[in-house]
Design a protein around this ligand. Structure first.
Ligand code: ADP
Length: 456
């Protein structure tokens, strides 16, 4: 087993990993930018190393500085968390060259799934159903128009290197195609250095259903059930739940088995997630994420499996021995992403947290790195924590969530807590009756209705 793990991340996920290490008797190293000197992950870790100035490019994405931090502290493994370098195959490879273990899948699998066009080609070979899409990259507007004519509008222009919803544009009519393609290519080029595009049929009212997978060192993959992440704003998840209120037992079994079988055929080792869109016509694979997901706690809450511990075990070459038949889903879990943002305008709200009182009690989990007096820097993602609730069933879970949100005190900055409070009054949310477009239309309606407080 590893003796010392360097955590190449910040915020709540750095803490989450630190805690798993401590349970396992492993020492931790935090890395941080100069903006994060006072951050909780730095305070809690056994050792810490400053790796650069505030911009992520110069610190949390600075591979030479992170390598140097490994050398200085003698860390024998690195956990990348999510975001930052977690899906950087080059980083995983370089660590390997230095005899440091990357806690994640092989560089080959990261690279393969990082190119969404290649990923879809592999998925086809693995018998996973796909959204009707272009055969590989589209070269020009003429080719794109041709595709759109065949599958009918609307279509979605997507970036091969995409992530976080960037480089994605809906095209509803032919005249919009050229503009959408150049905008998507420019966005993808700026964000990922690669403007390669492909097309998909734009599905009307799908749900986003993803399957959590774990591949053991012998290459046998199991699934830990699905998560429903359909509540999204700008293709970004806001609230996630497990199990999905939209699936029956048969479909749940089917997609889990299909994904696990595909991961086994792939020889995938480590934690990964296959994402699907789900309609009456069935499941459609969209991508695979080769890392821990933000929303992994909902799976932990209903299965009792500590995902980070499993990742560490697998990276160390040990299998914890969990078999598919050991995985049982108990009750229901929901996660709310608490962002330092205005709940109506969604404008970021960095600054000093003057009061912080998280909720507690049975079935209530708060994964957050915030404390009273903490200054949320403006340089990074606005997510400052996650509220995760478990209940015996969905009704109990939502009831408990309402009270936990009411108890949650964060003063000094705006947060998305009031957004969730409003959402939990909506019949569609209470009934689990929402698709990936639901939240956007709800927000649009809310803005049109001055009674809802926008006029103030
Ligand atoms: P990213 O890697 O940027 O997150 P994804 O391919 O995972 O991109 O898609 C993100 C979200 O965009 C999905 O969860 C879904 O809401 C929406 N989306 C993706 N593909 C389609 C599609 N073909 N039709 C409709 N919505 C889609």
């Amino acid at each position: 087993m590893f003796e010392k793990i360097l955590i190449a991340n910040r915020g709540e996920i750095a803490l989450r990993i630190h805690r798993a290490c401590k349970e396992m008797g492993i020492a931790t190293v935090a890395v941080h930018s100069t903006a994060d000197e006072e951050a909780m992950h730095v305070r809690l870790a056994d050792e810490s190393v400053c790796i650069g100035p505030p911009p992520a490019k110069e610190s949390y994405l600075n591979i030479p500085a992170i390598l140097a931090a490994c050398e200085i502290t003698g860390a024998d493994a690195v956990h990348p968390g999510y975001g930052f370098l977690s899906e950087n195959a080059h980083f995983a490879e370089i660590l390997g060259h230095h005899g440091i273990r990357f806690i994640g899948p092989s560089p080959e699998h990261i690279r393969l799934m990082g190119d969404k066009i290649a990923a879809k080609q592999i998925a086809r070979k693995l018998n996973l159903p796909l959204v009707p899409g272009s055969e590989g990259a589209v070269k020009d507007v003429a080719e794109a128009l041709d595709f759109a004519k065949r599958v009918n509008y609307p279509v979605l222009v997507k970036a091969a290197a995409g992530g976080g919803g960037r480089g994605m544009k809906v095209v509803r009519r032919a005249p919009e195609m050229a503009g959408a393609m150049s905008a998507a290519a420019a966005e993808a080029k700026a964000a990922f250095g690669d403007g390669t595009l492909y097309l998909e049929k734009y599905l009307n009212k799908p749900r986003h259903i993803e399957v959590q997978l774990l591949g053991d060192p012998q290459g046998r993959a199991i699934h830990l059930g699905e998560r429903d992440c359909s509540l999204q704003r700008r293709h970004q998840k806001i609230l996630e739940e497990a199990p999905s209120p939209a699936l029956n037992e048969k479909d749940r079994e089917r997609i889990g088995r299909l994904a696990a079988r595909a991961a086994t055929k792939l020889g995938y080792i480590g934690a990964g997630t296959m994402e699907f869109l789900y309609t009456e016509e069935g499941f459609f694979f969209i991508e695979m994420n080769t890392r821990l997901q933000v929303e992994h706690p909902v799976t932990e809450m209903i299965t009792g499996v500590n995902m980070v511990r499993e990742q560490i075990m697998i990276a160390a070459g040990a299998s914890s021995g969990i078999k598919q038949r050991d995985i049982r889903q108990r009750g229901h879990a929901v996660e709310c992403r608490i962002n330092a943002e205005n709940a109506r305008t969604f404008l970021p709200s960095p600054g000093e947290v003057r009061a912080f009182h998280p909720p507690g009690g049975f079935g209530v989990r708060v994964d957050s790195s915030v404390y009273e007096g903490y200054r949320i820097p403006a340089f990074y993602d606005s997510m400052i924590g996650k509220l995760i609730i478990h209940g015996q069933n969905r009704t109990e879970c939502l009831m408990r969530l309402r009270w936990a949100l009411k108890e949650f005190v964060i003063e000094g900055v705006d947060t998305t807590i009031p957004l969730f409070q409003e959402l939990l009054e909506e019949a569609d949310i209470i009934n689990g009756n929402y698709d990936i477009h639901w939240l956007e239309s709800w927000i649009a309606k809310r803005q049109d209705n001055p009674q809802n407080g926008d006029a103030a």
